[in-house]
Design a protein around this ligand. Structure first.
Ligand code: MG
Length: 162
């Protein structure tokens, strides 16, 4: 069954948000590499790859439901970071924003009786719980390390294991 135009548009906007997320993490990874946090830079590169997968999943779904995907404009990433805690805070805030965006589409699908989109978005809702949890874990790790450079680099080495 073809998607309604409003759900197609909402999912399409989500595609752009997922690709923006990839772009944001890519930039954060470059910043952390430059600041000497190689483990976190690696962690962020993995996140970058995951976000592209998220975008592709939604593209495939729109296509399966006989919709056209518009590859709209992706915003530039303007902020630079040199402190890993600031990155972790921004990443958590961004994931919370993405979770809310997905919740909004889910509710709209429910209102329209589009059960296929509800089911499709269930995976994303579960994924967002994990994304927020892992972003929180990283934030707490750098918070615990505080101003101690040695501890920060110890935690950074843990992030290289991802
Ligand atoms: Mg995502």
């Amino acid at each position: 069954m073809k998607l309604s135009e409003s759900i197609r548009k909402a999912l399409n906007d989500q595609v752009v948000k997922e690709f923006y997320s990839a772009y944001l993490y890519r930039s954060m990874s470059a910043d952390m590499k430059a600041a000497g946090y190689k483990g976190y830079a690696h962690w962020l590169m993995k996140q970058y790859a995951e976000e592209i997968e998220h975008g592709e999943k939604i593209v495939a779904y729109i296509e399966d439901r006989d919709g056209t995907v518009d590859f709209g404009q992706i915003d530039a990433v303007s902020a630079h970071f040199d402190c890993p805690l600031k990155v972790a805070e921004a990443a958590l805030g961004h994931e919370q924003y993405v979770s809310e965006s997905i919740r909004t589409i889910f509710k709209a699908a429910r209102e329209e009786g589009d059960i296929e989109t509800e089911l499709f978005l269930q995976w994303f809702i579960t994924e967002q719980v994990e994304e927020e949890a892992s972003a929180t874990e990283v934030k707490q790790g750098f918070e615990a390390a505080g101003d101690c450079k040695g501890l920060r680099h110890m935690f950074d080495a843990q992030l290289a294991q991802r």
